[in-house]
Design a protein around this ligand. Structure first.
Ligand SMILES: *Cc1c(COP(=O)(O)O)cnc(C)c1O
Length: 231
């Protein structure tokens, strides 16, 4: 954990640089292609979130329910938009529902969907979610196999109405081979395209090391952490 508190000038410079790169890339795709930035704050000090808020950033992502809970409470005075982007253990489902995240990006299969839906029903709530796709079929990663993604999407839509599927999320292939990373994004984009007629609006892909490539492949939401918090 790099908990260094960074000066406002540093964060402003980094944020500007990221926004410029997002802009330059999305314009190449289409002038109407809008890309949303979610700042991944999991490795940074809380104070830096506050500073980024002052610089205009609203959307933040955490990958652990416990840390999300603490930060949402500590920063309650700010109108932040919280995204849960990490693996959700079943024993944390109730807590996540109570935190009422803006978007749960890492719904990774029917099993979790069933458990989540049951608790949502008990609490009389709904949750906006993205279906996470394991686009590079990596053992270490969560998510639905690309071949099963559409069936899983439709099954969730039919069986679990309290889960509001808003789109898909993926993590690019873990490799230096750009062609393979591109392929994992294209795989996800193709699934997203086929699901748009069934309500998919968000295609969340791209992190510090690969967000420009992800945008070129159709991402409209990037999740960026380390590139922002480098001194
Ligand atoms: C940590 C994380 C990110 C951000 O990664 P960086 O490389 O630090 O930009 C994005 N998405 C998920 C799911 C993550 O866990």
């Amino acid at each position: 954990m790099v908990e260094t508190v960074l000066p406002k000038e540093t964060l402003a410079r980094n944020l500007d640089a990221i926004i410029r790169r997002i802009e330059a890339t999305r314009i190449k795709v289409d002038e109407h292609h809008i890309v949303k930035l979610v700042v991944v704050s999991k490795y940074t000090a809380e104070e830096n979130i506050r500073t980024l808020y002052e610089l205009g950033q609203r959307a933040f992502g955490e990958n652990q329910v416990q840390q999300l809970e603490k930060r949402a409470a500590d920063l309650e005075d700010l109108p932040l938009e919280w995204h849960m982007i990490g693996r959700l253990q079943k024993n944390k489902i109730n807590k996540l529902i109570d935190l009422d995240p803006f978007l749960f990006q890492s719904l990774d299969g029917l099993d979790l969907a069933e458990a989540l839906h049951k608790r949502l029903e008990a609490k009389g709530k709904t949750m906006d979610c993205l279906l996470q796709i394991n686009s590079a079929r990596e053992e270490s990663k969560a998510g639905v196999d690309p071949d099963a993604a559409e069936d899983t999407w439709h099954a969730i839509r039919e069986r679990f109405p309290r889960i509001r599927l808003r789109g898909v999320m993926t993590i690019g292939a873990h490799t230096d081979d750009v062609a393979r990373i591109r392929k994992s994004f294209e795989t996800t984009r193709a699934i997203f395209d086929r699901l748009q007629s069934d309500g998919a609006e968000i295609c969340s892909m791209g992190m510090s090391g690969d967000f420009e490539l992800a945008i070129e492949c159709g991402s409209n939401m990037v999740r960026i952490g380390s590139a922002l918090f480098t001194p």
